[in-house]
Design a binder for this molecule. Structure first.
Ligand code: HEM
Length: 95
């Protein structure tokens, strides 16, 4: 969330992760780094990609009104988590 490394940190800009430079490796470290880096990182990413692919392939996904906007982060949550959670509607797509 540091604007020095991530300009407009609140903005949805997935293209910011296209930077594969050496320096970028030590700025975004969701799985840690070095000798104790997360051994499940690749597995987790693969599982997430499969899950998201299956979701958007089979459902039309929209934001539910129960999601509080603008999003504020929950200071009591262990991870970076939006207050009240993110609620979505899933409508099955007939393929
Ligand atoms: C989105 C999912 C996950 C995230 C964000 C995550 C994140 C992390 C982080 C930040 C660390 C600490 C790394 C460090 O100290 O530098 C870690 C360690 C670890 N993770 Fe994960 N992890 C995830 C999924 C998994 C999965 C799926 C497994 C196993 C199948 C796993 C197994 C481990 C283990 C065993 C360690 C300890 C490594 C050590 O201390 O040597 N993680 N993880």
């Amino acid at each position: 969330m540091n604007p020095k490394h991530f300009p407009s940190p609140e903005k949805y800009m997935p293209e910011r992760f296209l930077d594969k430079s050496e320096a970028a490796k030590y700025v975004f470290m969701p799985f840690g780094t070095g000798p104790r880096t997360c051994p499940g990182g690749r597995f987790a990413m693969m599982q997430l990609k499969v899950g998201i692919t299956q979701l958007i392939r089979n459902f039309e996904v929209t934001l539910n009104e129960k999601t509080r906007q603008p999003i504020k982060y929950d200071p009591f949550h262990f991870l970076l988590y939006p207050k009240g959670g993110v609620w979505i509607n899933c409508k099955k797509i007939d393929l």
